[in-house]
Write a protein that binds this ligand. Structure first.
Ligand SMILES: NC(=O)C1=CN([C@@H]2O[C@H](COP(=O)(O)OP(=O)(O)OC[C@H]3O[C@@H](n4cnc5c(N)ncnc54)[C@H](OP(=O)(O)O)[C@@H]3O)[C@@H](O)[C@H]2O)C=CC1
Ligand SMILES: C[C@H]1O[C@H](OP(=O)(O)OP(=O)(O)OC[C@H]2O[C@@H](n3cnc4c(=O)[nH]c(N)nc43)[C@H](O)[C@@H]2O)[C@@H](O)[C@@H](O)C1=O
Length: 320
């Protein structure tokens, strides 16, 4: 595809799969802000993407021009560890159905989203795209990682065999509005936001945080990720996947202190070291994306405050 043509097609039909999730909803907001007028959206109950026949008839009927695949079985370290069959099986089904039907029904370009967990547990830091498949994976998320690696390879194989414009973006750990705040199955940032909020509301003395606190994680606000996705749809048509990170990493202990401050909890932290730490460090090398001309804008501190405001208005107040 000619670089720059996506942004010129504001009325082209775009299927954003997973539009009610953290990432999909941010992509919809970004596309609407940019003036795109023809988004095709289906909830999970309207279209189960694990059903090959339903996905086939959806593409045959709707014939979208572009596809952004943000639907997946997603969760934090505990969910990945507890439901390995779902994380490999559901993700392989969704991405295989969507990528294959998109190709067969003439979609012009597709963006597949993976994750930084595709890289080896002890990859060089910061992790370049070339580290893929150079070593063993982190056991807590290898099932999800294998599905995501298969998605990247499927896009590459369809590009090679059919000259089809399927690209892959690899986001680092994300957060923001519409995140999953489940106490056990979510990622660390929303889990801690909820736990500190509830501890403050209940005048509790302490909050339990999982693991040793020493793992390092890189966080990117989902609005930055959505901006990067639109940028890639417009500007990138290469074979290799592209890392999308903030370049800023914190230890889990530092993150917990930051969330505690934003929420205004005054008690102490207690570390539950029976819980897994997962990958010791996964800072992505996002210089390829930077060299294409994209950089993130939202700092972790601002993003945390914004997310907590959203949580108060949309989760806490709605429960009352
Ligand atoms: N969150 C993060 O930190 C990161 C996310 N990513 C990637 O970004 C993408 C989106 O993740 P995120 O937004 O966080 O996930 P969410 O869980 O917030 O959203 C996933 C979306 O997919 C939908 N979905 C799941 N299964 C099906 C199905 N069988 N049929 C139709 N829709 C389905 C969900 O609908 P419903 O809720 O109704 O089931 C939901 O809308 C994923 O590919 C993920 O790997 C990458 C790196 C980090
Ligand atoms: C995005 C990425 O997300 C997952 O990988 P992860 O980065 O390890 O995910 P996480 O956010 O769940 O944990 C980060 C760290 O934080 C610690 N931690 C402390 N307290 C809580 C806590 O309360 N909840 C959680 N979940 N973690 C906690 C936790 O022990 C770990 O050391 C992948 O499975 C995969 O889905 C993937 O691609």
């Amino acid at each position: 595809m000619k670089s720059g043509s996506f942004m010129l097609e504001k009325s082209a039909k775009i299927f954003v799969a997973g539009h009610r999730g953290l990432v999909g909803s941010a992509i919809v907001r970004k596309l609407q802000d940019q003036g795109f007028t023809n988004l095709v959206l289906r909830t999970h109950s309207e279209l189960d993407l694990t059903s090959q026949s339903d996905v086939e008839s959806f593409f045959a009927t709707e014939k979208p021009v572009y596809v952004i695949l943000a639907a997946a079985k997603v969760g934090g370290i505990h969910a990945n560890n507890t439901y390995p069959a779902d994380f490999i099986g559901v993700n392989l089904q969704i991405q295989t159905n969507v990528i294959h039907s998109a190709y067969t029904h003439g979609v012009k370009k597709l963006l597949f989203l993976g994750s930084s967990c595709i890289y080896p547990k002890f990859a060089p830091q910061p992790i370049p795209e070339s580290a893929l498949l150079t070593g063993p994976l982190e056991p807590t998320n290898e099932w999800y990682a294998i599905a995501k690696i298969a998605g990247i390879k499927m896009c590459q194989a369809y590009r090679l065999q059919h000259q089809w414009d399927a690209i892959s973006g690899m986001p680092t750990n994300l957060y923001g509005q519409n995140d999953n705040f489940h106490p056990e199955n979510s990622h660390v940032l929303p889990a801690l936001m909820r736990r500190f909020h509830e501890a403050k509301a209940n005048n509790a003395d302490e909050v339990v945080v999982w693991g040793s606190g020493s793992p390092l994680r890189e966080f990117l606000h989902v609005d930055d990720l959505a901006d990067a996705c639109v940028f890639l749809m417009d500007q990138y048509s290469g074979f290799e996947h592209v890392n999308v990170g903030s370049g800023v990493e914190v230890t889990i202990k530092e993150l917990a202190e930051l969330v505690k401050e934003v929420v205004g909890f005054k008690g102490k932290l207690v570390w539950d070291t029976t819980k897994p730490d997962g990958t010791p460090r996964k800072l992505m090398d996002s210089s390829k994306l930077a060299s294409l001309g994209w950089t993130p804008k939202i700092s972790l501190k601002d993003g945390l405050s914004q997310t907590y405001e959203w949580y108060l208005e949309n989760v806490v107040q709605k429960k009352q």
